[in-house]
Design a protein around this ligand. Structure first.
Ligand SMILES: *Cc1c(COP(=O)(O)O)cnc(C)c1O
Length: 440
């Protein structure tokens, strides 16, 4: 590490917030010089195989020539223009693609800046929908609450936080200001296990009791990501659709982590063959290049809101429809199909399954599971993040575990040899006591 790097890191440590770590005694940060393909290159010289896709967002690898040129080409026309009163081809092309690719019925697109904001938009749409609904049925106006399941994660802004798991989402800190939502137990039957009808009993009761107050039900489809990489039975999502229809509640599906092939389907909703009323997309939308999110909804929702009291939907971010972001999103979606994403995902799933399976019998391991490009090793003990991270870097990989979970979600372009290096690194740290915090 040279002097310049030491100085940069010292400033970073003293002044720059990083996610979910203390500012007074932060977890260490590693200085990155560049990234290319599946490699993250540290300023100190190590080249790490990326197992995280920069929090699920990278699909085709870093520094991709086609994505780079989409950005450059767009920037020579314009990087951004306001979306109020103006529009442009990159945004129009992207919305056309999203409507065509997502499940049937999602025909209106609202572009925004980040996943959390797209969830805010989805929730606001649901609330404004019921508020706008023309009817003698005055009860519609009281449909102002959200129902969700435990273990969920939907973002860090206030409305999104109100539907995150109350425990891991730390609701007690913000209790006084958070919207109060209803929580059903988390889905418990895993993907691939035998379905049992009792699974949705508690959920049904909540619909029965509270449907008069419920604007929407929100859920991550098939994979509860941040809540522990839990893969649940598609029938659960099917039942959610049925309950929403039966009780006149909108279904919001948060595909921010699962969208664009990650679970083996282009969208995880397809596992249950359902269409939601509102869908949120983010993370992989630009192939990991720039922040961009989208909230899609049905014609009915858009029309009802537009014909309601306000006459329009009350939201409009400054950087809505950012041209650079839309251009790179278009290029990333084109690449998915050029590269045959289904084949890429199936290959990774197959390789990950055979690589991770042997770890299932390790004394430190509670469960290993794979779905699409997501591989998870659930341990019996919590990891020591600072130490395990250091060990992973020494082993030439970038994997960032949380809680008891060591997981990988690599870019689609990863090959078998690189995947093997990732899994071997996990196998190595499982044997090291200092990588874990003892349970007492
Ligand atoms: C990451 C994530 C979000 C939040 O997206 P940001 O871009 O971080 O605001 C919301 N929902 C799910 C399911 C996510 O994985």
């Amino acid at each position: 590490m040279n002097k310049k790097h030491t100085k940069l890191l010292a400033f970073d440590k003293n002044h720059v917030w990083h996610p979910y770590t203390s500012m007074s005694s932060p977890l260490p940060s590693y200085l990155v010089a560049s990234a290319e393909g599946v490699h993250i290159n540290l300023a100190s010289g190590e080249s790490l195989i990326d197992g995280m896709s920069s929090w699920w967002s990278v699909l085709h690898g870093y520094n991709h020539p086609k994505l780079n040129s989409a950005l450059i080409e767009q920037s020579t026309k314009m990087s951004h223009v306001m979306f109020g009163g103006l529009t442009h081809q990159s945004a129009i092309d992207l919305c056309e693609k999203l409507i065509r690719l997502t499940p049937h019925g999602l025909d209106k697109v609202f572009l925004s800046d980040s996943g959390s904001v797209s969830v805010e938009v989805a929730m606001k749409m649901a609330l404004q929908y019921w508020h706008s609904k023309q009817s003698e049925n005055i009860a519609y106006k009281s449909k102002t609450k959200l129902l969700t399941v435990r273990n969920g994660y939907h973002g860090d802004t206030f409305a999104a936080m109100s539907v995150c798991d109350p425990v891991t989402g730390m609701h007690q800190i913000f209790e006084q200001v958070l919207m109060q939502s209803y929580f059903a137990p988390a889905p418990s039957i895993a993907f691939g296990q035998l379905w049992q009808a009792e699974e949705t009993k508690a959920l049904r009761q909540l619909f029965e009791q509270h449907h008069d107050e419920l604007a929407a039900f929100i859920i991550e489809p098939i994979v509860q990501g941040t809540g522990g990489m839990r893969f649940y039975h598609p029938q659960y999502l099917k039942e959610c659709r049925k309950l929403c229809d039966q009780y006149d509640v909108l279904l919001i599906v948060d595909e921010i982590a699962t969208g664009f092939g990650r679970t083996g389907k282009l969208f995880a909703c397809e596992w249950a063959e359902i269409s939601p009323d509102i869908m949120c997309l983010g993370k992989t939308l630009t192939g990991g290049y720039i922040t961009l999110a989208a909230t899609l909804c049905t014609d009915d929702i858009a029309n009802t809101i537009s014909e309601g009291e306000a006459g329009c939907f009350m939201h409009g971010p400054t950087f809505m429809g950012n041209a650079l972001a839309c251009a790179v999103a278009n290029a990333s979606i084109d690449l998915l199909f050029e590269n045959d994403w289904q084949q890429q995902v199936n290959t990774i799933e197959h390789q990950l399954t055979s690589l991770l399976m042997p770890l299932a019998t390790h004394t430190r391991v509670k469960d290993t599971r794979v779905l699409g490009t997501i591989g998870a090793v659930e341990c019996l003990q919590r990891v020591n993040v600072a130490h395990i991270q250091k060990r992973f870097v020494e082993l030439g990989v970038w994997i960032r575990p949380f809680g008891k979970l060591i997981y990988i979600i690599p870019p689609l372009i990863i090959n078998n040899e690189q995947l093997t290096t990732l899994v071997n690194a996990i196998a190595t740290v499982l044997d090291e006591d200092d990588c874990f915090i003892s349970n007492e």
